[in-house]
Design a protein around this ligand. Structure first.
Ligand SMILES: Nc1ncnc2c1ncn2[C@@H]1O[C@H](COP(=O)(O)OP(=O)(O)OP(=O)(O)O)[C@@H](O)[C@H]1O
Ligand SMILES: [Mg+2]
Length: 159
């Protein structure tokens, strides 16, 4: 499957989608999260963390200044938020390439702020439809992303 869209009617549903992704995530997965302020990127990331069984005492938040937060679950979760990224070199200083090529799961909020797109298996775009509804669009960028999307679509049908 190359792309798949769904609409969520409350934050818990967006979290559930993320949770399914976290459960299915293979080592080395990179997912880019795009969408305006308050679209639900962090909400989705919280679900991914839950699906990876990261500990509750390490909650996923919108990092106010941190560009990277790491959570240790079934696989390590590297949660980047590039909203405040000043220079692309800062991403290199954070060791982005090593992280993204490693065996963890990498989630990147605001990756679309970068002039050159980051390589990823999956791109997720969240759009605010109204106060409670979000359109969530997934696009697979490679074979691993397609496989994951097929599994996610199948799992979401049983939510
Ligand atoms: N269906 C929904 N899915 C996700 N969030 C929703 C939904 N309905 C309402 N919301 C609300 O929208 C907000 C989403 O906030 P969140 O921090 O996840 O957005 P964000 O995209 O990470 O924003 P930012 O770019 O500021 O980090 C929350 O307050 C959440 O309760
Ligand atoms: Mg956020």
């Amino acid at each position: 499957m190359h792309d798949w869209q769904t609409i969520t009617a409350k934050p818990e549903e967006t979290r559930d989608l993320g949770r399914q992704l976290g459960r299915l995530a293979p080592p080395g997965l990179v997912v880019l999260l795009a969408g305006e302020l308050g679209a639900g990127k962090t909400c989705f990331a919280q679900g991914v963390a839950a699906g990876l069984e990261t500990p509750a005492d390490s909650p996923v938040t919108s990092p106010s200044y941190a560009l990277l937060n790491i959570h240790h679950g079934r696989l390590p979760l590297y949660h980047f938020d590039l909203y405040r990224l000043a220079r692309v070199e800062d991403l290199e200083d954070l060791g982005y390439d090593e992280v993204a090529e490693g065996d963890g799961v990498t989630l990147v909020e605001w990756a679309d702020r970068l002039a050159a797109p980051l390589p990823a298996a999956l791109r997720v775009v969240l759009e605010r439809l109204d106060a409670d509804h979000r359109k969530v669009s997934f696009t697979a960028e490679n074979a691993a992303g397609e496989e994951l999307l097929a599994a996610l679509g199948a799992a979401a049908n049983t939510l």
